[in-house]
Write a protein that binds this ligand. Structure first.
Ligand code: NAG
Length: 424
């Protein structure tokens, strides 16, 4: 939304600047046919008229001429003032355009037709950016795999290595159980590649000599965690929407039947109720300030970077690049960086991202805190069938994933009972 508005602003600034330039040019051409800098038009006129006056014989005629000339001079000096004003405005517009010229240039290339605002209550900013043009040259082998695996140009993608083999098995078993055809494991080592192949799980192993891997290998731990975002970028460049999935997730319904697809990023939340997941005002209190002791703050619990749907748009790819770049350079947690890049606004020295974002329904895309702290104790909420459960809040992932599977898929009513709310 913000991007759209700024675009229009810049566009109209540029249009105004160009318009004024053209107008000023016409006026110059009309008022100063002999050039702007070389002549002093009123003086020149006067001289020419004076010689006419000397030649002319009638004094009556000459008074008339003097009056005409006076009004000419008045008109021209008015015009001069008006021109000076327009030149000032033109200069100001050029300055404004110069100030944001890179951005203006970028935005001109993606700008849409200007529209009039509709009546009160009917206007709606766009949050759905257009997809990029698919570029198969980025990775022809992956393009071929995706053309087979994806449904409607979208798929679930999960990165896995041998450390998470047991969880991966529950992951794909639950996916198969609910008949989701469009999913792909990105195998980070050969045993996982074999494991997937022997279980008929769509798998893709990246070529070890690809440039991204060497970045990952030579760059230490944080550069390796940047790998996920570098890999994802290729999927988006190939024109696919990706539902990125950690491996500690149990699928209970087909998530593609429960997406809005209106935003660049649609993510599950680490929030545990409506307020914390969807946003609220938190009041900060500083009694020493007296009258102004209360300050309102906007709050939201972070998005979970282990389960989000990302559309192949320019802001989405920029997001992935920003995260990968920061993870390669800083000692940072990818989820914190993901949220900072998504939510922090532009401020001095920093340009915010302005990707459109949507928080997923916390009871449909459920984290394990919501399940173990709230849902399993609430008779009504127990009846709900989530789309997925992400065991993100608990370190004993495998037994809890199994319990979720047993409870929701196999109908074992007491499967969740042995576990405490948190970890012990
Ligand atoms: C939470 O939000 C959902 C959807 O907006 C709504 O249906 C539900 O009643 C809310 N729950 C509470 C406890 O406010």
């Amino acid at each position: 939304m913000a991007v759209g508005r700024r675009e229009k602003n810049n566009q109209s600034r540029i249009a105004v600047a160009i318009g004024i330039g053209v107008l000023a040019g016409c006026i110059f051409a009309f008022a100063f046919p002999h050039g702007f800098f070389s002549a002093n038009p009123p003086a020149q006129n006067r001289l020419r008229s004076k010689s006419n006056f000397e030649v002319g014989s009638s004094s009556c005629e000459s008074t008339e001429k003097i009056d005409l000339l006076k009004s000419d001079i008045m008109r021209l000096s008015d015009k001069n003032v008006e021109l000076k004003k327009q030149v000032r405005e033109l200069k100001e517009n050029i300055r404004l355009v110069e100030q944001g010229k890179d951005r203006a240039r970028d935005q001109l290339t993606v700008s849409s037709k200007p529209t009039k605002a509709g009546p009160f209550g009917t206007v709606k900013g766009s949050r759905t950016n257009p997809p990029v043009i698919p570029d198969e040259t980025v990775n022809p082998r992956l393009a071929k795999i995706l053309s087979k695996v994806a449904v409607g140009k979208e798929l679930i993608v999960c990165l896995a290595n041998s450390n998470v083999r047991a969880m991966l098995e529950i992951w794909f078993t639950s996916i198969k159980k609910v008949d989701i055809p469009n999913y792909l494991v990105v195998a980070l080592d050969d045993p996982i590649l074999d494991f997937c192949e022997s279980n008929d799980v769509p798998v893709y192993k990246r070529d070890p000599d690809e440039a991204i891997d060497t970045v990952g290998k030579t760059g230490g731990n944080h550069a390796v965690s940047a790998l996920k975002f570098r890999i994802l970028r290729e999927f988006l460049q190939l024109g696919y929407s990706v539902l990125l999935s950690d491996v500690d997730i149990v699928y209970l319904q087909n998530p593609f039947h429960h997406l809005y697809r209106d935003s660049d990023v649609e993510s599950m939340s680490d929030g545990h109720n409506n307020m914390t997941a969807y946003g609220f005002i938190d009041v900060f209190d500083e009694p020493a300030m007296g009258w102004s002791r209360y300050v309102h703050t906007t709050r939201i619990w972070v998005y979970n970077s282990g389960f989000f749907y990302i559309r192949p748009t320019v802001p989405s790819i920029e997001l992935l690049d920003r995260i990968a770049d920061r993870l390669a350079k800083e000692d940072a947690w990818d989820q914190a960086v993901f949220n900072e890049e998504l939510f922090f606004p532009s401020h001095p020295g920093y340009d915010g991202l302005y990707a459109a974002k949507r928080t997923m329904d916390i009871y449909m895309f459920m984290n394990s805190k919501v399940l173990f702290k709230t849902v399993r104790k609430d008779a009504r909420l127990r009846q709900l069938k989530p789309v997925i459960v992400h065991v993100n809040y608990h370190p004993d992932k495998y037994p809890r994933m199994k319990a979720v599977f047993d409870y929701y898929v196999l109908g074992m009513k007491d499967a969740l009972d042995p576990f405490p709310d948190g970890s012990e």
